[in-house]
Design a binder for this molecule. Structure first.
Ligand code: ATP
Ligand code: MG
Length: 425
């Protein structure tokens, strides 16, 4: 039997990879403009990091982690998200000793054991930003603006930005009690997960996708009802600054996010066209996380967005660049002697960083010209026995069908000039 790739993973082939590069490049350029630096952390970490940093009550830790024992009997887990890893790196590398806040971004694969379906994979990719060491509302607003700006640059417009405040541990304790009281008589109706959540983390019942749970929680006290003065001021300031930046948002009191360490601002971005998995970005403030994993008390704010889902949205809206970068010229050499001569010519052209290629199968003239055309080459550089004898190179313009002959010893200079003219045209 042939071996197939694991369920929920993808092979990204040429043609598609260029679209990924375009998306990643746009993300990197927004981050550069906002003054965020890239961080790269390991693909796997000690399991305990995610248990503590993501939270024992979350689906990620309970159901979705790829956990294994290494040969030294240590429990390791393929990273299901990166906020915990970035916080670990911040503590381990003493980034708190640098000028604060530290503004970081990452792009890379994450792993979750989920039921694969459209927009849901077991290996998927996230772009995310984390700001560590600043608790001001302006941080929340800057990061949400960055997301908004990215979507604007990509051409995505039909988006919904939902924001909420889940408060701090003080207001959440009050909310928790009110919520449990509200749900106490209808506990039986909740789904099994929410039955468990009732004691452990009732806030997350508001987030449940089960229709009955959603119905049961209609009219339930929201986190905003119990915000303390500090949290309330903070949230007001965030909304004000989002308005100043021109971000169109909706306050959604049911938005609570699935992770334990979130405090104050939570936000999510939804895009309609891509079906059931419409969340393309989620994030918020996590002032308790760095301490939770053993670091000094440090406020944090960040988000993660799924690249597969953004690409799906860009595809539906025809916002992806279709063209592959084209070859400038293709060497068409006939016979071994010409191939040797041509190989030397290509080596020289490549030192000038020209996009040039050659036939690698010693095919016929016709087949080589066809390949040049298929690769979108502007010119064919033809070298056969006759040309070798006359010490010339034929340069054929494949668009116009015209050709010229240049002395072989001037060919590099000539082609380089043509390339420069093309680049500057
Ligand atoms: P969902 O409710 O869709 O499971 P989530 O709350 O688990 O999302 P986060 O952990 O906040 O998602 O991750 C941020 C983003 O990463 C999501 O908005 C989504 O775009 C993407 N994402 C999460 N899980 C997957 C997955 N299994 N496959 C593809 N993208 C994913
Ligand atoms: Mg999930």
């Amino acid at each position: 039997m042939t071996i197939q790739r694991p369920k929920g993973t993808q092979d990204l082939l040429p043609g598609t990879v260029e679209q990924w590069q375009y998306l990643e490049e746009t993300m990197r350029s927004v981050c550069r403009d906002y003054g965020y630096d890239e961080i790269r952390t390991p693909m796997f970490e000690a399991t305990e990091l995610f248990q503590r940093g993501v939270g024992q009550t979350t689906d990620i830790v309970n159901k979705e982690m790829y956990t294994f024992l290494d040969k030294g009997d240590r429990s390791m887990t393929l990273r299901p998200e990166l906020t915990a890893s970035v916080c670990r790196a911040y503590v381990e590398n003493k980034l708190y000793g640098q000028p604060q806040p530290v503004k970081l971004f990452y792009i890379g694969p994450m792993f979750r054991y989920e039921r694969p379906q459209s927009g849901r994979f077991r290996q998927f990719h996230q772009f995310g930003v984390e700001v560590l060491g600043a608790d001001q509302a302006v941080v929340d607003a800057e990061v949400i603006s960055l997301v908004w700006d990215l979507y604007r640059r990509l051409g995505l417009t039909q988006l919904e930005v939902h924001v909420n405040s889940v408060g701090c541990p003080v207001c959440r304790t009050k909310h928790r009690a009110l919520l449990q009281e509200f749900l106490s008589t209808r506990r039986e109706e909740l789904c099994k997960d929410c039955g468990d959540r009732y004691d452990r983390n009732p806030l997350r019942i508001l987030d449940c996708k089960n229709a009955t749970c959603q119905a049961v929680t209609i009219g339930a006290p929201t986190t905003r009802d119990t915000l303390c003065e500090d949290c309330s001021t903070h949230f007001g300031r965030v909304l004000g600054l989002l308005g100043v930046a021109g971000v169109v948002y909706r306050v959604n009191p049911r938005l609570v996010r699935g992770l334990d360490y979130y405090t104050k601002t939570a936000f999510e971005v939804m895009v309609e066209e891509i079906g059931a998995q419409s969340a393309i970005c989620g994030g918020g403030r996590y002032d308790g996380l760095v301490e939770e994993i053993g670091g000094p008390p440090t406020p944090g704010f960040g988000f993660a967005m799924g690249l597969e889902r953004i690409l799906a949205a860009l595809q539906v809206k025809h916002l992806l660049p279709e063209e592959k970068p084209k070859l400038f010229a293709m060497l068409v050499a006939l016979g071994e002697k010409a191939q040797t001569e041509g190989f030397s010519l290509l080596s020289a052209l490549r030192t000038h960083e020209l996009p040039v290629s050659m036939d690698l199968l010693s095919r016929s003239l016709k087949a080589q010209l066809k390949a040049a055309d298929r690769l979108g080459a502007r010119y064919a550089l033809i070298l056969g026995e006759e040309e070798l004898e006359k010490k010339v190179l034929v340069i054929r313009d494949l668009t116009l069908g015209e050709q010229i002959e240049v002395p072989l010893n001037q060919a590099v200079e000539e082609i380089h000039k043509m390339y420069q003219r093309g680049v500057n045209a």
